[in-house]
Design a protein around this ligand. Structure first.
Ligand code: UD1
Length: 385
């Protein structure tokens, strides 16, 4: 049983489910918690990535962290008690990930965590709490980059549970790259390849604090005078911009073309449109985790608007630079990119499009022989994988 809830889960679950689907002996279920429910944050990814329709929707929408996490737990507990899956696979670090892993731990259902071991060492990030606790609840931990194993071992997690498999999101990216290219989305916005920047912002620490958000947007507006910037806007960020002195930005892209100020706000984009824009961008500014990895694979310079990252390989080997949120640092780093003064980077180990195959092989090796031998679902044996 795979569980998804929020946008960054969908591109991770799709290739894992497809890899298991190609092997014999697996019956799969997909549960959507509905943490993200807007079509633009959810449905479009199912359509584009070939994810099956969820077998079950939990219907838990936005709320406080406690309210949302608790409600997912209450509803998911009913699901696992009635379905008794042999294994639950959770992805990433969103509230749905932790809520469902915790339910499994309490009901004796084995859990696999895809994208385990990443650490920003910043406990003020909700995702850091989610991923750390999920790792401690999981029976199988699939890691994406070299930093993860020492992080997990330091926390006392048993070595035999940890498997370095590579990055499943890269599997999705490589698989859809050609289709994305064909959308020619930059051209639709009247932008030539490498002639524009791309911005995303949604972290609470950046967008919920008006001063910080204003500082970032001032720097971006200044940069936009030199390089047009496209800004697909997350609903959390949009809410903050409404009623602020930046509200007019929300109407900037509504006539379809590039506005005067050359900072164009759009609705959240689908996977293929966004991948197309990212591939052709001169530079990306973001506070997302996943985009730091995707730009590394694409070889596109990425300025991360945070003081830390849980994905250090994107800095050590990739195209990522941590610039924080100060106007001066953002503009300095952007100038360096525009002057061609940034290392090209290389693709990290095992980010080769085959991570999900490795996961499927490990799951098959660990789970299927026992289930077949005993002719019983694993949970009847009280087994952990
Ligand atoms: C969540 C994840 C974050 C991930 C991000 C990707 C957690 C703690 N955070 O953050 O790790 O990077 O998704 O987008 O799990 N909203 C809508 N429509 C929706 C969903 C949300 O309008 O379909 C609005 C609501 O006003 C909601 C706000 O966005 O209150 C925040 O949504 P939420 O799911 O709590 O967190 P994200 O900021 O999206």
């Amino acid at each position: 049983m795979s569980v998804v809830g929020a946008r960054p889960n969908f591109m991770k679950a799709a290739p894992v489910m497809q890899a298991l689907g190609k092997r014999k002996g697996w019956e799969q279920r997909l549960v959507h918690t509905d943490q993200h429910y807007d079509d633009k944050l959810s449905r479009v990814f199912f359509d584009e990535l070939g994810l099956p329709k969820p077998d079950l929707h939990l219907g838990v929408r936005s709320g406080s962290h406690a309210g949302q996490t608790a409600e997912i737990m209450v509803r998911f507990e009913q699901v696992v008690l009635s379905e008794r899956p042999s294994l639950v696979v959770v992805y990433g670090d969103v509230n749905s990930t932790l809520a469902c892993a915790l339910v499994c731990a309490k009901t004796g259902i084995p859990v696999a965590h895809v994208e385990a071991g990443l650490r920003s060492f910043d406990r003020t990030m909700p995702e850091e709490v989610n991923r750390t606790l999920t790792d401690h609840l999981a029976d199988l931990l699939f890691t994406t980059e070299p930093s993860a194993r020492p992080n997990l071992l330091r926390e006392g997690i048993a070595e035999e549970k940890i498997f370095f498999v590579g990055n499943v999101m890269v599997d999705t990216l490589l698989r859809h790259r050609e289709r994305a290219r064909k959308t020619r989305f930059a051209q639709a916005l009247e932008l030539a390849p490498r002639s524009y920047g791309l911005l995303t912002l949604h972290r609470p620490s950046n967008v919920d604090a008006p001063e910080t958000l204003a500082g970032i947007l001032e720097a971006v507006q200044e940069l936009a005078a030199r390089l047009p910037i496209v800004f697909p806007c997350h609903p959390r960020t949009r809410r903050q911009l409404e009623g602020s002195r930046f509200e007019s930005l929300l109407r900037s892209g509504s006539d379809g073309g590039m506005p005067e100020g050359r900072l164009m706000v759009t609705e959240p984009l689908g996977y293929l449109e966004f991948l197309s824009l990212m591939t052709d961008a001169r530079l990306v500014l973001t506070d997302s985790g996943g985009i730091q990895e995707e730009t590394t694979v694409l070889g596109v310079p990425c300025l991360t608007l945070r003081e830390n990252t849980e994905r250090p390989v994107t800095i050590e080997q990739g195209t990522n630079v941590l610039v924080g949120t100060s106007r001066r640092r953002i503009l300095e780093a952007a100038t360096r990119v525009l002057e061609g003064d940034l290392a090209a980077g290389r693709v990290p180990e095992l980010w080769d499009g085959r991570a999900t195959e490795r996961i499927a092989a490990i799951l098959e090796d660990r789970l299927l022989p026992r289930a077949r031998m005993e002719q019983l679902p694993l949970h009847h044996q009280g087994a952990t994988p």
